[in-house]
Design a binder for this molecule. Structure first.
Ligand code: PLP
Length: 282
């Protein structure tokens, strides 16, 4: 692959970042992932807007203009002839001798790479996935998309050891989100319930889009916390992310959700999302 590193296009085997980079030493970095389908960027505006919010929250300067950011996305897709997959970008505060305190003059480290993957033809979409619940263990500012992903990574490994595909984090009796996606339930009366935005969860771009589309399609939406028991007894449970769009959950802690098959409202929301956001991909 050709990757982007601080203004240069280089082969992935040539790209080097300093061992003093604060992204490496302190996880002092933010990231974004934008899906690519048919060579086009899906929900790009939302991802670009969240990138700015994440940088602002950590007081890291935006390394390029908004126009340049879009151009870089398009160029990395073109240079790698990427049809389906994603663009990953990471911006760290920069490199200097190790110290908890950082200087103001740091130049951010900005890297981008592509990952090819069948986004729409994900086989798990047809079967749904198994999840297990685990206590929340991440830091409290989960609305900032930082690279502090150690707890999520360990939790996903533990889920895999237990024969599951992903994890649902729980805190104070309610579900925050999944390992790398937002979690939603459909109640037996057909209401889509999703946790309200706060610092407890990442403000998913796919989440925001499906809520808009669901409301426009007259689907009842409630933004509130829901418990593990509510999720286990819901008609449907699904996850949203730029990586998998809308993914049905068919079992929680070994207990089937609904009839143990992907549900009809999940399918409808996935169709609404794909139809609208692919038509508006850039
Ligand atoms: N929640 C977490 C913890 C995530 O890591 C992600 C995506 O990476 C999401 C939610 C979904 O966000 P988005 O729809 O913007 O991809």
């Amino acid at each position: 692959r050709t990757v982007y590193l601080n203004g240069d296009w280089v082969d992935e085997t040539e790209a080097r970042v300093s061992i003093f980079d604060r992204g490496f030493l302190f996880a002092d970095a933010i990231y974004e992932v934008t899906a690519v389908v048919g060579g086009k960027l899906v929900d790009y505006a939302g991802h670009a807007a969240r990138l700015k919010r994440s940088l602002a929250a950590l007081d890291i300067p935006m390394p390029v203009s908004e126009e340049a950011l879009l151009t870089l996305h398009r160029e990395i897709v073109a240079r790698n002839a990427l049809s389906d997959g994603g663009v990953y970008l990471q911006i760290s505060r920069g490199a200097e001798d190790r110290d908890f305190l950082y200087s103001d003059a740091l130049r951010p480290t900005f890297v981008m790479f592509t990952q090819a993957r069948a986004v729409l033809d994900n086989p798990k979409w047809k079967t749904g996935i198994f999840v297990v619940t685990m206590p929340e263990g991440r830091w409290v500012n989960r609305q900032i998309k930082t690279v502090q992903l150690l707890y999520s990574s360990l939790a996903k490994m533990e889920a895999k050891r237990q024969g599951a595909d992903d994890v649902l984090f729980t805190e104070d009796g309610v579900i925050t989100e999944a390992g790398s996606s937002n979690a939603h339930i459909v109640t037996k009366d057909g209401t889509l319930v999703t946790r309200a935005l706060s610092n407890a969860l990442l403000h998913g771009i796919t989440r925001a889009s499906i809520l808009d589309l669901a409301r426009a399609a007259q689907i009842r939406v409630e933004e509130r916390g829901f418990t593990v028991d509510e999720a286990k007894n819901a008609a449907e449970v699904f996850l949203t992310s730029a990586s998998a769009f809308v993914m049905p959950v068919v079992a929680i802690d070994g207990q089937p959700v609904g009839n143990g098959k992907p549900g009809p409202l999940t399918a409808r929301i996935r169709d609404l999302y794909i139809e609208d956001r692919l038509a508006n991909a850039i």
